[in-house]
Design a protein around this ligand. Structure first.
Ligand code: MLT
Length: 396
């Protein structure tokens, strides 16, 4: 019996698991200390009232024979019309026309960022920015795919641009970016689309943080840029948009126009999903369908505004301390330079030990992240303020 030996090329544990383990060990050793976690991007605000109301109604539907639901509709890979219509409506408001057959409801962006690789040969080369959300890199390592990196650094504003001399078949773009918070403009995305077309590559566009964009020069969907539909798959999530990290729901757009190797990627993905996935629960889908309604968008907007206020609290604190950072404006992440030339893990330990604040070491996202550190704005306002007071007292 042979295992998939590519797994042996992974680091021992996933970045956030390592951070979680170190935090738990610290708490065990210091039970009297109040540790504030601004590490993994997990939300703290409750679901919007419209979502709760829709879910309650869906629970009631499940209690009656006439409205009970089993498997979701198979002709749409288990997506219910109410949800698909609301997603199409949200795209229409961005000026993007899609059809229901192009929308695949998922249990979140992370799963599909890895699962989508089933469509592509392990012999392909994948291009990732560095630093990068570790799930993209790890999923490709598991498949044994060759990875090349585009350097993201202070010089290019953590927004690497394509280099035609680099060969790639798959390109991951996350904008607004996790971990750096930087976001591509329309013109920059155009350059990536031109690159993908020259290379016959497919862009895997992670739009999980699109609802944090407030700058109108930035795109919320790659399909807002001309000609993206025949070279890009877009992966979206309700996690950060609507606080669904625990509920689990997202959607992936595979346009009908996307053809590679003579095959429709839309058909291949439908085939893959109908074989390996049984859809998202009716109750969850009904909750998600309430998000992109007029009232839903108003309510989730209030939650996002609270997180953006936290981002500003962190940014103001770093400004006062004279610490360089990026992100936080169109993103829930603040990417800062470790003070006094500290390394990422060194700063992690220093902050945990002396301020009892947990962040994520930048080097966990790639070699270019060494010397940087990520803080999330997804905490409560009270904890964010408290963490900033402690950081300020420590580093002043
Ligand atoms: C993060 O902290 O980078 C994210 O919360 C991880 C995720 O969305 O899976």
């Amino acid at each position: 019996m042979k295992i998939n030996e590519h797994f042996l090329n992974l680091k021992d544990s996933y970045l956030f698991a390592t951070v979680g383990k170190k935090t738990a060990e610290y708490k065990k050793a210091h039970p009297d200390r109040e540790v504030i976690r601004l590490s993994i991007g997990d939300v703290t605000r409750p679901l919007a009232p419209v979502v709760i109301e829709a879910m309650h109604k869906a629970v009631d539907d499940m209690s009656r024979t006439e409205t009970f639901k089993g498997y979701g509709p198979d002709q749409t890979c288990y997506g219910y019309d109410q949800l698909l219509d609301s997603i199409l409506g949200s795209y229409a408001r961005k000026g993007v026309t899609l059809s229901k057959s192009e929308v695949f409801v998922s249990d979140g962006a992370k799963s599909d960022c890895g699962n989508i690789l089933d469509l592509f040969s392990a012999e392909n080369t994948v291009l990732l920015p560095d630093p990068v959300y570790p799930a993209y890199a790890d999923a490709n390592v598991m498949a044994g795919r060759k990875i090349v990196y585009a350097d993201a650094n202070e010089q290019n504003g953590f927004l690497p641009m394509p280099d035609d001399s680099v060969r790639a078949d798959l390109v991951y773009i996350c904008s607004p970016n996790n971990p750096t918070g930087a976001a591509y403009t329309r013109e920059q995305l155009k350059a990536w689309i031109a690159y993908a077309k020259k290379q016959d590559a497919v862009i895997l566009y992670d739009a999980a943080y699109e609802y944090f964009i407030s700058d109108p020069a930035l795109c919320r969907s790659i399909y807002e840029v001309e000609d993206a539909k025949d070279c890009a798959i877009e992966i979206c999530s309700y996690s950060k948009t609507a606080g669904f990290t625990g509920v689990r729901c997202g959607y992936t757009i595979v346009p009908e126009a996307l053809v590679r190797g003579g095959a429709s990627l839309n058909r291949l993905w439908a085939r893959r999903q109908s074989t390996k996935f049984n859809g998202v629960s009716y109750i969850t889908q009904m909750g998600a369908a309430a998000v992109f309604t007029e009232e839903g968008e108003k309510q989730i907007g209030e939650n996002i505004a609270c997180y953006k206020k936290n981002a500003k609290i962190i940014a103001d604190c770093l400004d006062r301390l004279g610490i360089w950072y990026a992100g936080g404006k169109n993103s829930p992440y603040i990417w800062l330079k470790c003070p006094n030339g500290m390394g990422s893990w060194e700063f992690f330990d220093y902050l945990l030990e002396n301020a009892n604040v947990v962040g994520t070491p930048g080097c966990g996202f790639g070699k270019n992240g060494e010397g940087y550190f990520r803080l999330t704005a997804f905490g409560t306002e009270e904890n964010t303020r408290k963490a900033c007071e402690r950081i300020a007292a420590l580093l002043k």
